[in-house]
Design a protein around this ligand. Structure first.
Ligand code: HEC
Ligand code: HEC
Length: 88
């Protein structure tokens, strides 16, 4: 490989690395409340996420139980934002 090409690939590598870093940096911090590991939620830990999400609104709907805050962001994929809590 000639020098020019090497320089180009070095540049490309740096650009990609910088891009990834910036992307990671821009991603919002994971501060969203986790799904509690309690009786109400434990069954969802053993379910495919898409299936589990269909049940969330049974208790987190407008009228029932523990409704979402008024300023809650769009909510089609609960588990995309609300991760499961760690531990077993
Ligand atoms: C059986 C009823 C029920 C179902 C179904 C349910 N939840 Fe809950 N959820 C509750 C109750 C009650 C609370 C408040 C008390 C607690 O922490 O468990 C709560 C609290 C939460 C909280 C807030 C915890 C906190 O620290 O404030 C999150 C996030 C949450 N649920 C997410 C979900 C998601 C996501 C699903 C669907 C996978 C779901 N819930 C399904 C009853 C339910
Ligand atoms: C786009 C990301 C996102 C999605 C999708 C989402 N949420 Fe949230 N949720 C949040 C944020 C952000 C908050 C603000 C509270 C916080 O993070 O402390 C919140 C708050 C909540 C709270 C109140 C927690 C508390 O203690 O105040 C509950 C309960 C909750 N969400 C349940 C759900 C359910 C159920 C779904 C699916 C129907 C869902 N969320 C989908 C981001 C999301």
């Amino acid at each position: 490989m000639d020098k020019k090409k090497t320089a180009f690939y070095n540049f490309l590598f740096l650009a990609v690395a910088a891009g990834i870093l910036i992307f990671l940096f821009m991603a919002p911090p994971e501060t969203t409340v986790k799904v509690p590991r309690d009786k109400a939620h434990i069954e969802f830990y053993h379910m495919p996420k898409k299936e589990a999400e269909r049940h969330c609104s049974e208790c987190h709907g407008k009228e029932v139980g523990n409704p979402l805050p008024k300023e809650h962001p769009p909510k089609y994929r609960c588990l995309f934002c609300h991760k499961f809590s760690k531990g077993s």
